[in-house]
Design a protein around this ligand. Structure first.
Ligand code: IPE
Ligand code: IPE
Ligand code: MG
Length: 242
């Protein structure tokens, strides 16, 4: 996709928001203060992406593995997500933001699921940008739940052998929780770590990666702008020769 000035704009930007704990520790604060400050970075990134014509901004907010953190930290994050959804809903409606949550919804507290349903229903027809929060998500979990659905479809089909042989990549993609959402063009990870941490394993097959040392709570609009500019300079070849 090209912007009005002819700049190449990613259709889908995805962020592994990392470094909240270290940001807080550097300031002598509790780890959770970093999560709290991280909400501002979400707002900033959303604004910068929407203003630049990005269609999808997705954010890795809580991984399957993050359930292994202390009860206090997990509880704080769940509550912060709950409060932020309620706080931001007016902003989503005023700015054309469609809000979507993907992940293992069954593992989330009921009260959070209710807030998510409300925000998703209310914002369903907003058209400017789609913001996706991945909560209780992991790439392997997603692939496994899709594989289970496929196996069950095969069992039920009249000719299981023919069904299995005829399976295409699109059949698999359509059972991932991201069905209908374009694969991320750009995956950003903050805080200097250079790994996927079980994020979009299938969907990120051809994503461009952008790693920055900036900790998530310090990632402001200028940082997002820089990432978009870097993306515009990338040469995506998809295995071909240009
Ligand atoms: C990212 O920041 C937020 C979540 C994973 C929920 P961290 O909490 O991982 O911060 P660091 O990596 O310990 O600094
Ligand atoms: C990845 O960050 C998960 C999220 C940003 C939600 P982590 O901090 O949990 O990842 P690791 O432990 O450094 O791999
Ligand atoms: Mg981390």
């Amino acid at each position: 996709m090209q912007s009005e000035e002819g700049k190449r704009i990613p259709r889908h930007v995805s962020i592994i928001m990392d470094g909240n704990g270290r940001w807080a520790q550097e300031k002598g604060l509790e780890r959770v203060q970093g999560h709290l400050r991280g909400v501002q970075s979400v707002r900033d990134s959303l604004k910068e992406c929407a203003d630049n014509g990005v269609e999808y901004l997705s954010l890795y907010a809580f991984s399957t593995e993050n359930w292994g953190r202390s009860k206090e930290e997990v509880g704080y994050i769940m509550q912060l997500i709950f409060k932020s959804i309620l706080n931001e809903l007016d902003n989503f409606m005023a700015n054309g933001v469609r809000f979507v949550v993907l992940g293992n919804r069954a593992s989330l507290p009921d009260i959070l699921n209710e807030a998510i349903d409300k925000a998703m229903e209310m914002s369903a027809n907003n058209k400017r940008i789609t913001m996706i929060l991945f909560i209780s998500y992991s790439g392997k979990w997603d692939i496994l739940q899709a594989a289970k659905q496929l196996a069950s479809k095969a069992l039920k089909s009249v000719d299981p052998k023919a069904y299995i042989e005829g399976l295409k990549e699109e059949d698999f993609s359509s059972l991932l929780v991201t069905a209908g959402i374009p694969d991320p063009d750009l995956i950003i990870r903050t805080s200097g770590e250079q790994r996927l941490s079980n994020y979009l394993l299938w969907q990120g097959a051809y994503s461009e990666f952008y790693f920055t040392k900036v900790l998530w709570p310090d990632f402001d609009r200028a940082c997002m702008k820089e990432a978009l500019e870097e993306y515009a300079r990338r040469d995506r070849r998809y295995g071909k020769v240009k």
